[in-house]
Design a protein around this ligand. Sequence first.
Ligand SMILES: [Zn+2]
Length: 422
Amino acid sequence: MPLEKYSLGIGDRFGREGRAQLRALEAARRQGVRITPVWNKSNREHTIIGTSPEDTRRSADQAVRACGWTDAYYVDADHIGPATVDKFIGSCDFFTIDIADLIGQPPPAGEESAFLRAMSGLKGTLRLPGLETPIEVTDSLLAGVAAKYLSAVAEAGRVQARIAEKKGTGGSLTEISLDEAGAAQTPDELFFILAAIARQGIPVRTIAPKFSGAFLKGIDYVGDVEKFAREFDADLAVLEAAKQRFGLPGDLKLSVHSGSDKFSLYPVMRRAILRRDAGLHLKTAGTTWLEEVIGLASAGGEGLRLAQDIYAQALARFDELARPYLAVISIDPSALPSAGEVAAWDPRAFVGALQHDPICPWFNPHFRQLVHIAFRIAAEMGERFTDLLETYREPIETHVTENLFDRHIVPLFLDDSGSERR
Ligand SMILES: [Zn+2]
């Protein structure tokens, strides 16, 4: 099962927007670019919403049938580990093994010295094709990678073995994610992490390092775009070299867990993948849920009232909702409008504050981040929410498709001027 060059993680919290999401990918295909849809959903999301991986599989299959989508598609067990892998095995064919929590644990006995021995031939100045700055392979670089990452990679090996035991080899695709680590990995470290992954025999197809800067939920990148550009480009070179040198799968590519909407990075990533003829997997997640709220609000009436209620409850339960996301949100409570203010908004004001249009004077990134993490409230509303999703199907689907296509697919996969146009 090869993974296509370009793929998009299209998280869909409530599993109702698969058709609208596929329409965006169909539009890309009409313009000559094939992008493989991957419906990613983490255990945390399933727990908060009260869904199971079987629900994600069912929604994906239904959307694919309804649209007559004939290309590949996958269902991703996002951010799983040894404790959660089993419940995803039956329904998923893409597994994102999250090893961030094990970074820095002491390596298994004997593994450290075996790794250092195996890598000793690379010591000195290592020039990799396409990598501007050679890697100075020192004892301290190798020992540092061993101490930080070997036990994490060994855990990925155990989870991979579990998946292979149940699904056979070749029955699924594997991603390894480090993006929730405390510190970014340098390209030099990434090269040797890939060496360790190859030594474990893991057929890794996508790898998600932690990049410099902040990838906050639902808003643009916060950090030094130039620095990101250099790091991303060096990572691409390192991946290509690691494939050759360590015998990793030929379709191995970078995965960017965007937290949605990293608009300022899209042109940079696009230039780099085109220049290097590299593939890319981009995960978005909450952007589709936010379009559901935008679609409801834009319709006025009951839809707007529901969106206003979601916000009022989210504001009242701010601390509780924020707790699991503290590392990936930056909300200034003093910049949040009161529930009373929002209750008086018309559709234009609500959509203006929520929609991710950085140059719109009404756009409020604090408001947007709070609504991003407020999907628990909608889940608790049960049928009141899901019924209105059906009542307002048309505006919601229009927003979901246009958002995915215009704001994500065009600037990243189709058109260099995409991000400047907005
Ligand atoms: Zn992630």
